[in-house]
Ligand binder design. Structure first.
Ligand code: F6P
Length: 359
């Protein structure tokens, strides 16, 4: 009988509970013992690891739609690689984790994480040398190389679309524009997809340079005096500081365009998991369990051209844009951004939506 552990790390998103539920049931059907590690790596940093044993009553089916992680992702005082690095205790922390993993005697660990966690797992692989490490990509940012989709992205897009649908009505009533700032870090996928889905008149993303005068001209030329301008949190405007939406708002106000800013913030990470995200979580959970059965290790489940399969963590890491981790010295992260080939870019241009100075 195999013993497997599940851990959710990094920021939460919708779809984590679906994945956990499916992993639990799939593992039980295979006759495996399954435990959940609480609060991400914090659960492994204590003398007695903080874990719960799963059974058929753990995380009932009616709760799989709920956002957040049933296992939690960490708290302000939680120990993780970032906090350990900040206090110069990276090695010590690593040793604690190794001890806990040895104590738990896991055959496999399923790590559901974002690009930071996955990159760290690859770069720090000695830690998992004695077990089978299977990663499942999740993030609302969709900035993980080598997978067409990440768990949580689609629900975040839906949350933004619903949010903007509501704003549009008050925008119309007051003849004003709303500048909506999305999350996404340095990747514009969330802003681009949500903006295109809800009918924004302009979408600004970090991957494409924009000209503020052109944006103002574009908005002034619209046949309506209201609408949405979607801006990703990763954009910047030369000579300006502050929140991106505020910078754009000031420029529009200076040109006489009546506007307000709106910050959906963590609502993007909440919301009932969409059917598409649930199906993605289901496929990835099944693929992860198969990978354990096949004795694979250091792999990530990936959606590629509609098929879910495993790829090596090495392939994941080397196919992204490798940048220094801002929070952990001497650590690198592999990132993905909006591709210049993304069909939505061409559609935006064809539809007369301002997305910056595209060639
Ligand atoms: O990576 C997910 C994400 O939601 C980003 O889009 C955002 O910048 C960040 O996490 C917010 O982090 P926190 O929850 O710590 O404010």
């Amino acid at each position: 009988m195999k013993k497997i552990g599940i851990m959710t790390t990094g920021g939460d998103c919708s779809g984590l509970n679906t994945a956990i539920h499916r992993l639990n049931f799939g593992a039980m059907r295979r006759g495996w013992e399954i435990i959940g590690i609480l609060d991400g790596t914090d659960g492994l940093s204590h003398d007695t690891p903080k874990v719960i044993k799963f059974d058929s009553k753990t995380l009932p089916i009616e709760n799989v739609r709920l956002s957040g992680s049933f296992l939690c992702n960490g708290h302000a005082a939680a120990q993780n690689f970032e906090t350990a690095a900040k206090t110069g205790k990276f090695e010590e922390f690593n040793n604690k984790l190794k001890k806990s993993l040895d104590k738990l005697k896991l055959d496999a660990l399923i790590l559901i994480g974002g690009n930071g966690s996955l990159s760290l797992a690859y770069k720090n692989r000695d830690l998992y040398a004695d077990l089978s490490l299977i990663c499942i990509p999740k993030t609302i940012d969709m900035d993980i190389p080598m997978t067409d989709r990440t768990i949580g992205f689609e629900t975040a897009v839906q949350q933004l679309v619903s949010y903007c649908d509501q704003l549009m009505l008050t925008a119309r009533s007051h003849h004003r524009w709303f500048i909506v700032q999305t999350m996404g870090r340095e990747a514009g996928n969330l802003a681009l997809n949500a903006g295109m889905a809800m009918g924004a008149d302009a979408i600004l993303i970090p991957e494409i340079k924009f000209d503020i005068d052109e944006l103002v001209k574009h908005i002034k030329n619209q046949p309506r005096d209201y609408g949405i301008i979607m801006v990703s949190e990763g954009i910047s405007l030369r000579g300006h500081s502050g929140k991106p939406a505020d910078m754009i708002s000031r420029a529009l106000s200076a040109a006489g365009v009546i506007n307000r800013t709106a910050y959906p913030e963590h609502i993007q990470r909440a919301g009932d998991t969409t059917a598409t995200d649930r199906l993605l979580a289901l496929k990835m959970a099944d693929c992860a369990l198969d990978a354990i059965s096949n004795n694979e290790t250091f792999v990530m489940t990936a959606m590629i051209n509609g098929k879910c399969k495993t790829i090596s963590l090495e392939e994941f890491f080397n196919n992204g844009d490798i940048v220094c981790d801002p929070n952990i010295p001497n650590m690198e992260t592999s990132d993905a951004y909006v591709s210049p080939e993304d069909p939505l870019l061409k559609i935006a241009v064809n539809m007369g939506i301002y997305i910056g100075e595209v060639k």
